[in-house]
Design a protein around this ligand. Sequence first.
Ligand code: SUG
Length: 445
Amino acid sequence: MTAFEANFDGLVGPTHNYAGLSFGNVASTGNQAAVSNPKLAALQGLKKMKALHDMGLVQGVFAPQERPDTHTLRQLGFTGSDAQVLERANKSSPKLLAACCSASSMWTANAATVSPSANTADSKVHFTPANLSSKFHRAIEHETTGRILQAMFPDSQHFAHHKALPGVSHFGDEGAANHTRFCSEPGKQGVEFFVYGRKAFSAGVEPQKYPARQTLEASQAIARNHQLDNGHVVYAQQNPAVIDQGVFHNDVIAVGSRDVLFCHEQAYLDQQQVYADLKAASGWRNFQIVEVPSNRVSVSEAVKSYLFNSQLITLPDGSLTIIVPAECQDNENVWSYLQELVTGDSPINAVKAFDLRQSMNNGGGPACLRLRVEMNDKELKAANQSCILDDGLYTTLCNWVERHYRDQLHTDDLIDPQLLEESRRALDELTGILGLGAVYPFQRV
Ligand code: SUG
C-alpha cells in the first residue's frame, strides 16, 4: 500500500482583513488597519494549491469559518437583529468586533495536530483541533474546525477525532505549527516532534516580551490521546529569545519533512540536545539536519522573509523542493542563501517562490496555509473526495471567489450587515461544492 503526505490548504474567507489582532506576530501588528483584498488573498492561496496539485501532490481544500461570528457575539450578550449585534459590538469595542470577523482560520497549520496511522496504536489517523487559547479571535475557531475535519474525514474505521484540549493557557495548543512528523518514508513508523514555548505546571525559562503560545503539557496530552509510542516522541522547547523577536510558532523558524529538518541555529533552547534526541528517536541513519547559521540569515531576516515558513515537498521523482514566499526573493541575502542551498550538497534540490502577500501581511506564509495529513491509499479513499483538488474544483473555486468576494476591505467595513449576508451566501454555496453538510452555525439553527 502506498502512503503519501497530502496538504489541506485553508481557503481564505470573505472577511480577510488586517486588524492587528496577534500581539507577538509582528506582521499582524505592523499592518493593523491596512486595506486588505480578500479576493486576491483567496486567489493567491488557490494558485499555490493548484501548483502543488500540478506537481503531482495530493492537494486538499479546507473550508473557512463563518465570519462575522454573530453567534459568539450573542454569547457575549449582544442582542437584536444581526445588524444590531454587529453595531452594538462595534460600539462596545471595534477590536472585539474585529476579533469575531477574522479570517484567521485560513492558517490551517493551526487547525489541528494530526498523527498518521503508522504512528498510532490503533492504526487510525488521529486529529485534535487546536484550542488556540492564546488569542481570542483564534480560540473561537476549534468547534467549527472540528466539524469541518469530521466532514472531511468521516470514516470512523480510519479516522479518530478528538475534542480540543481545555481552552486555558495551561493547555495552550497551536496545532501542527508546533508539530512535525519525521519518517524514513510515508507509511512507516516515524517520530513526532512537538515544540513548546513554555511549561505550565513546572518552572522554566519563558520569553519576556511576547507570549509563548504552546505549552509542553498540551503537547504531552495530544501525544497520549493520539496513542503515540513514547520512544518515538521528542519534545523540544523553543528558544524564548527568538519568540521575543517574533517567532510566535515553531514553523516560523523550522520546517521538517521525511528525514530532513531545516532550521535556524537559534531555533531551540538546547539545540544540540534536540538534534541528539531526534537522531536517537528516529533510529534511521539518514536523518539530516540543515542548520542555517545566524551569520548567513539573521533571526530578524528569517522573520521578515519567512524563509522557514516554507513547505518541503517530495515530488513523485523523489526530489525535494522548498516552497517559499516571494518575500524570500525580495531579500537578496536570503535568496542567495537559497540558491546555494539548492545547488550545493543539501538534500533540498529546488526552490519555488509564491506570491502570498495578502496572507503574509498577517504573518501567514506557505506553511501556515496548509495542514499536512499523511495517508495511505485506503485512507485517501475514505476521505471526502469533494475536498480534494483537481482542475475542475480549482476552476469552480476560482469562479466562486470571483462571484462572492470583495476586492477591498477595511476594518471599518466589518460592521456592514451586507458583508455578513455575502459571506453566508458564499459559505452556503461552498458547503455544497465541498460536500461538507451543515458545518456552520447559521446552517444549524
Ligand atoms: O495566529 N495571524 C495568525 C497567523 C498564523 C500563522 N500560522 C502559522 N505560523 N502556522 C496568528 O497570529 C492575524 C489576524 C489579524 O491581525 O487580523 C493572525 O491571526
